[in-house]
Design a protein. Structure first.
Length: 316
């Protein structure tokens, strides 16, 4: 039994106090008027226990039933949660949704894919989505433009990209005069690309063109067609790229850079106006993360569903 409202808890506590008082009084009466004969005492004591148990059940049952009825009658609050990519980073959100943790906390969630952190942030500003699982770069860019988007949780605090390049690119300097792709300017993929180019001594947009192409599958398709010569990718596309002979110029995960990648974002306005909603979303989210970390087989099945692959390497 789960009782959430303070009124229900108080009602149950008062009932418990009345029950305990009645039990004490009944017990005293039993000791005062029970004969000293051991056999008779045990017989009467047994009937007394049965009577007390039935009375306790009759007293408490209406309270628990009322609490359950109130919870059952409480309508679920419908909201949209956006997520910014089809990648393994999104697994905690998918698991939380699929295992019913949002509904357990009174929320009917609809998940909507909005490619790119900057676009996901726009859905928060417009009110189309209540929350979004996205990288911190989109929230920062949004704030620089005067919005009130805020990160309230972080689940991946480093870059999770691999810089995949054309088969003919052997060294970073060979990217000079070439083009690379990002989802949107200001997105996490954009930041990662500029960071890597800078580390290689290349000036973004001057030495290397940066094109906005959209989703990871679209960016990978551009690499396959030869339209671009480099792109930041995540699993499972990195595995597919390697099988096709494309080269990994850098694995940004190995840098150990502290960077707010995937997390949960919302607006300060929503936190002020509906604090209970945000709190319940986070309760469900934490439960989902715990499930994701402790139920590997079930979580991988959910991941396979959203990534549309059964490739064991991609799922790991």
């Amino acid at each position: 039994m789960k009782i959430e409202s303070r009124g229900e808890i108080g009602e149950l506590a008062q009932s418990s106090e009345r029950t305990q008082a009645s039990l004490r009084a009944t017990s005293l009466r039993g000791f005062m008027f029970t004969p000293t004969d051991g056999t008779k005492y045990r017989k009467r004591d047994g009937w007394l226990k049965v009577a007390i148990s039935l009375w306790v059940l009759a007293t408490l049952f209406p309270v628990t039933a009322n609490a359950a009825d109130k919870m059952a009658e409480r309508p679920l609050q419908k909201i949209i949660i956006a997520y910014s990519s089809i990648s393994g980073n999104m697994a905690p959100l998918w698991v939380t949704y699929e295992k019913g943790f949002f509904r357990r906390h009174g929320i009917d969630v609809r998940l909507v894919l909005v490619e790119g952190g900057s676009r996901a942030a726009q859905t928060l500003v417009s009110g189309d989505a209540a929350l979004a699982q996205m990288a911190g770069a989109g929230a920062i860019q949004s704030n620089l433009k005067g919005a009130d988007v805020v990160m309230i949780a972080g689940i991946l605090n480093t870059m999770n990209y691999e810089f995949v390049v054309d088969k003919n690119i052997q060294r970073p300097d060979q990217l000079k005069g070439k083009a690379v792709a990002v989802s949107r300017v200001g997105s996490s993929s954009d930041f990662a690309t500029r960071y890597a180019l800078d580390k290689y001594g290349l000036v973004p947009t001057k030495d290397v063109s940066i094109l906005e192409i959209g989703t990871q599958p679209d960016r990978f398709a551009a690499l396959e067609s030869g339209r671009i010569q480099g792109v930041m990718l995540e699993v499972p596309l990195t595995l597919q790229a390697k099988k096709m002979g494309f080269r990994v110029l850098a694995n940004l995960k190995m840098l150990g850079l502290e960077y707010q990648h995937t997390g949960m974002a919302t607006t300060r306005a929503l936190i002020r106006s509906q604090p209970d909603l945000v709190r319940n979303v986070m309760k469900a989210y934490v439960e989902g993360i715990h499930y994701y970390k402790t139920h590997r087989k079930e979580s991988l099945a959910i991941l396979a569903k959203y990534l549309k692959t059964n490739n064991a390497g991609a799922l790991k």
